[in-house]
Design a protein around this ligand. Structure first.
Ligand SMILES: [Zn+2]
Length: 114
């Protein structure tokens, strides 16, 4: 389950921020996850509980913002949402496009602490 490794590095960054700001508690962490990032939100939540155990982030709320996958068509420049896979057919002109503009995000969006 690679979600544990992902969460370990996210929490490392969170704990580093907590130290820098001398925070006593981390209340909420917001992650932005692209729909094509290849991670399972449920597995991330499980990993979060394991990885934060015994840290200032224990018991914090984990919010996951899902970022839809969007591609731009090279032929007609239409932007469209991809629902499955990495290559999609442009809904306007029917060309195949793999020019992904979003959907692979895996980032720490916000940390709330005190
Ligand atoms: Zn097109």
């Amino acid at each position: 389950m690679h979600e544990v490794g992902i969460m370990e590095s996210a929490i490392d960054a969170v704990l580093h921020q907590a130290r820098v700001h001398q925070a006593q508690r981390v209340h909420r962490i917001v992650l932005r996850i692209g729909t094509l990032a290849g991670v399972e939100p449920d597995a991330l939540r499980f990993a979060f509980d394991v990885v934060t155990h015994g840290t200032v982030a224990a018991g914090a709320e984990l919010a996951i913002e899902s970022v839809p996958a969007r591609a731009r068509c090279a032929a007609c420049a239409a932007d469209f949402t991809i629902t499955t896979g990495f290559i999609a057919t442009c809904p306007r002109c029917g060309q195949l496009s793999g020019d992904l503009r979003s959907g692979r995000e895996l980032e720490l969006a916000r940390i709330e602490m005190s």
